[in-house]
Design a protein around this ligand. Structure first.
Ligand SMILES: [Zn+2]
Length: 64
């Protein structure tokens, strides 16, 4: 299966191999600036929120 065409996280345009994971050096810079602008926001304990029992789903099928 062919790899999905990745989209630039900045402008959503198709990513070019030379500037992955962005579509252009400009977007790469923009992303970097955004990071700096946010003051290196460290991802907090967000792992606590997404406790989903995905394994629970699908096993239990109602006979219909
Ligand atoms: Zn872009």
């Amino acid at each position: 299966m062919p790899p999905k065409a990745a989209a630039c996280p900045v402008c959503r345009q198709p990513v070019k191999p030379e500037t992955r994971p962005f579509c252009s050096p400009a977007c790469r810079d923009r992303d970097l600036l955004q990071w700096l602008g946010e003051g290196y926001r460290v991802p907090g304990p967000a792992a606590d929120e997404g406790m989903q029992k995905s394994s629970d789903y699908g096993l239990d099928s109602d006979a219909d």
